[in-house]
Write a protein that binds this ligand. Structure first.
Ligand code: DHE
Length: 518
């Protein structure tokens, strides 16, 4: 869902009727000072892509500041001394304009971007550290574009390494937990070997990417793009491109992809589309015994599905509305989705394609952040709203809302663990963004509201593999990850980090734990 804060640059462009400066002069400035790092066609190079879609989250004033003063921990020079103030403003304004010719990014460009640093099977098979490899955490630090690897028992940092610019969405693990795949908003996919602490392969799937998914058997990676309108399938071993799917309906109307997820019990990828009323299902090949032995999950690895479905062929499921944000029931029988209009949700059966329920959710429900648990013998799901100070709790049998909890402000992320009595939700927007609520999963009441650091944003929780301790981000440039005891809610430790965003526990992610995202 798009809260207003994320739309600012687009509104700014719309509200600027005429280009204030000479566009040719700004374009020339770009070629002289920026093109060597950001690419002649603004597609990115050692610096990120500078097209309107890639910049949509950077406020224009911040763009001016970056050009003048650079960014912390970046190799970019500060142009405040070299360029006049008016030139910097003209350059920044020009960057938010779409290019005269939309750059192309097809299979040839994907192939050209592909690098294999360490071919699959060429590095040692034992971890270079003593920690439990299934209880590791990756923490993405967006402040200076790094990631940290934490031991999930001692909460010591094992390693810190540089990532691509602007990672977004959850990194995805192979089922054995050895490899992790990161996706950046600029379209880069990085495969990282956690045992050897090395980047092993990289490829660029698009110009403006939404997210990536890894098949339940760990053999394939699917990337979902906004630009171009495509899904791209890779062999996970070395990130070789296998297939580019142009995303369009039978009438030839193309669409951005809202996101793609792996549905292991179905043995398929499920992608929702933003501009076409369809959900796409793309099956991966049914597993062999050797594949099943790479790890076990609660959701069966051996998928059951209609044998008529062909591997890697798109099954189109017509849905009553566009799906921007969505979530699945634990068996992946239903998709629970909402469109950007934000005035409601719907439940669609993925086998029949039929809508089975409407969800009366207002205030931009953030379904991607939904979690489920057992309450009084029934399964409920809970989700925050990006535009409303509340959490909705829904019975997944009847699809009725059983409770609407008032919170201290709209939240972004909700998390729990099967072994924890509590669900955590942040207050990401507004004056109370330094608070997090703790909800009792049985009484469905807020039982505690914590303010870990007054005035500093507190957001996004992830539990350890046993559900005993959890990590919470102090989402600031000079932030930290705070370790809490999941039962006493007592703070145990702070680990300084640069704007830590998401945290991802290997066990919880690979076992499709009910209290976290997948
Ligand atoms: Fe996200 C996950 C979409 C803005 C931080 N976000 C996701 C996913 C989607 C999504 C589809 C799931 C991908 C996955 O894990 O495979 N996010 C969107 C939006 O549409 C939205 C509202 C607007 C946009 O700019 O795209 C948006 N997201 C943000 C932010 O502003 C956040 C707070 C900061 C940032 O880094 O951009 C943000 N999104 C995250 C994080 C996750 C995420 C940390 C992974 C959560 C997890 O625990 O799995």
């Amino acid at each position: 869902m798009k809260p207003f804060a994320f739309c600012l640059p687009l509104l700014w462009v719309a509200a600027t009727p005429a280009f204030a400066a000479d566009p040719d002069a700004a374009a020339a400035l770009y070629q002289t000072h920026c093109a060597s790092c950001h690419g002649e066609t603004r597609l990115g190079g050692i610096g990120p892509a500078l097209l309107p879609g890639n910049l949509s989250r950077l406020k224009p004033a911040a763009a001016v500041d970056v050009i003048a003063n650079s960014r912390p921990a970046s190799q970019m020079p500060a142009f405040g001394e070299t360029l006049a103030e008016g030139q910097i403003e003209a350059l920044a304004e020009w960057l938010y304009r779409p290019p005269a010719v939309q750059p192309r990014f097809g299979e040839a460009e994907i192939l050209a971007s592909h690098t294999v640093m360490h071919p699959d099977g060429s590095l040692p098979d034992t971890p270079r550290f003593d920690a439990d490899p299934l209880n590791l955490f990756i923490v993405v630090e967006t402040g200076d574009h790094h990631a940290s690897l934490l031991d999930g028992d001692t909460f010591e940092r094992i390693h810190r390494f540089e990532t691509r610019y602007a990672l977004h969405g959850g990194p995805k693990y192979t089922p054995d937990g050895r490899y992790v795949f990161f996706g950046s908003r600029d379209g880069w996919i990085t495969k990282y070997d956690l045992y050897n602490l090395e980047v092993v392969a990289e490829v660029r799937a698009g110009i403006n990417m939404r997210n990536i998914a890894v098949s339940g058997d760990g053999r394939y990676v699917m990337a979902a793009n906004y630009l171009p309108h495509s899904l791209v399938l890779f062999d996970a071993h070395n990130l070789d491109v296998m297939q580019v799917y142009p995303v369009e309906n039978a009438a030839g109307k193309s669409s951005r992809v809202s996101a793609v997820y792996a549905a292991p019990p179905r043995g398929s990828f499920i992608a929702a589309l933003k501009d076409i009323k369809e959900v796409w299902e793309i099956p991966w090949p049914l597993p062999t015994e050797s594949v099943v032995s790479t790890g076990h999950m609660k959701t069966p690895l051996a998928p059951s599905r209609d044998p008529a479905l062909e591997s890697f062929k798109v099954r189109r499921i017509a849905v009553p509305d566009y799906l921007d944000d969505f979530f699945f029931d634990p068996g992946y029988e239903h998709v629970i989705g909402a469109s950007r209009g934000g005035q409601g949700g719907m439940v669609v059966n993925l086998d029949s394609g039929e809508k089975v329920a409407d969800l009366p959710l207002k205030g931009m429900p953030h379904l991607g952040s939904g979690i489920t648990w057992e309450q009084n013998g029934r399964r409920v799901m809970a989700l925050p709203h990006l535009g409303r100070a509340e959490v909705s709790i829904i019975d997944m049998g009847t699809w009725e809302t059983v409770k609407t909890l008032e919170t201290d402000g709209p939240g972004f992320f909700m998390r729990s663990h099967e072994n924890s009595p509590y669900a955590w939700v942040d207050v990401f927007f507004g004056p109370n963004r330094d608070r997090v609520h703790v909800i009792d999963k049985q009484s469905l009441e807020i039982v505690e509201t914590l303010t870990p650091e007054p005035g500093k944003t507190a957001a996004h929780v992830e539990f350890d593999r046993d559900g005993e301790k959890l990590l919470l981000s102090l989402w600031e440039d000079d932030g930290a990850v705070i370790v809490y005891d999941g039962d006493t809610l007592e703070e145990l430790k702070r680990i300084p980090m640069s704007k830590p965003s998401g945290k991802y526990n290997v066990w919880n992610k690979t076992r499709y734990e009910e209290g976290t995202s997948h």
